[in-house]
Design a protein around this ligand. Structure first.
Ligand SMILES: O=C(O)CCC(=O)C(=O)O
Ligand SMILES: [Fe+2]
Ligand SMILES: [Mn+2]
Length: 221
C-alpha cells in the first residue's frame, strides 16, 4: 500500500476502479456508476477531514438495531462550510449533477469506524432524486451494487481516499449499494483493508421538489 493509504493497483491494465459481473452490465452502467480517483488533491482531503473532525468529534458511534442499514457510524448533516470546502463541493456539483437538478440543502457526512459497514439498500426515492455523489476520505473501501431484480448482476467500485463516486439513474434506482465490512472487503482478489472512513455525500432532490419544500429528508436518506 502506498504511503497515504492509496492502494498500489495502478500496475493493473484497464480501468481499475470498477469491476462487474460481465461486460453488458459494465457497459450499461458506464455513465451511471462512475468513480473518479484522485478527485481531491492531498491538500483538499486534509481541508475536508480537518473541518469535519470538529463536527464529528462530539458525536458517539452508533451500533444500532439488527435491521438498521448502517452499523458502527456517526453522522451529521452539514450546511455551513468553510470557503475552501465550498469550492470543493462546487466542483462536485459541476461534475456530478445536471443543470436542471437541485441539491438537498445540507450535505450528509458519514463517519464509519474501521468495523463499520453499510448493508445493501436503495436510498429513499421519496427524499432523494436521481443522483448521489460521494467523496471518500481516510480509508479505502469497496462499494458493491447489486441489481434488485437480478442478483447475478453486480458492480464493485473501489473507493480510495480522495475519490469521488457518482450513482445516477439506473445505478441509483435499480441496484442496491453497500459498503463492505472489513472481513469482506476485497476488490476482486485485492484485499482492501478497512480503516475509519468518512464520506461526504451530495444528493439531488426528487424531481419536482423545491429546496424549500417541507418534508426535508432525514439524515440517512
Ligand atoms: O458512505 C457512503 O458513501 C454511502 C452512504 C449511503 O449509502 C447512505 O447514507 O445512504
Ligand atoms: Fe445509500
Ligand atoms: Mn441511505
Amino acid at each position: 500500500m502506498a504511503g497515504n493509504g492509496r492502494l498500489a493497483l495502478r500496475t493493473l491494465p484497464g480501468p481499475n476502479w470498477v469491476r462487474g459481473s460481465g461486460p453488458a452490465v459494465l457497459s450499461r452502467l458506464r455513465d451511471a456508476a462512475v468513480v473518479r480517483p484522485n478527485f481531491l488533491s492531498a491538500a483538499e482531503e486534509e481541508t475536508l477531514s480537518h473541518e469535519l473532525e470538529s463536527d464529528l468529534r462530539r458525536r458517539r458511534y452508533e451500533y444500532d438495531h439488527w435491521d438498521a442499514a448502517i452499523h458502527g457510524f456517526r453522522e451529521t448533516e452539514k450546511s455551513r462550510w468553510s470557503e475552501a470546502s465550498r469550492a470543493i463541493l462546487q466542483r462536485v456539483k459541476a461534475v456530478a449533477f445536471g443543470p436542471g437538478q437541485t441539491l438537498l440543502s445540507s450535505v450528509h457526512v458519514l463517519d464509519l469506524e474501521p468495523r463499520g459497514y453499510i448493508k445493501p439498500h436503495v436510498d429513499s426515492i421519496k427524499f432523494c432524486g436521481a443522483t448521489i455523489a460521494g467523496l471518500s476520505l481516510l480509508s479505502p473501501s469497496v462499494m458493491r451494487l447489486v441489481h434488485t431484480q437480478e442478483p447475478g448482476e453486480w458492480l464493485e467500485l473501489l473507493l480510495e481516499p480522495g475519490s469521488l463516486y457518482i450513482l445516477r439513474d439506473s445505478a441509483r434506482y435499480d441496484f442496491s449499494h453497500e459498503i463492505l465490512r472489513d472481513e469482506e472487503s476485497f476488490f476482486g482478489e485485492h484485499r482492501v483493508p478497512r480503516g475509519r472512513r468518512i464520506s461526504v455525500i451530495c444528493r439531488s432532490l426528487p424531481e419536482g421538489m423545491g429546496p424549500g419544500d417541507p418534508g426535508q429528508p432525514p439524515a440517512a436518506c
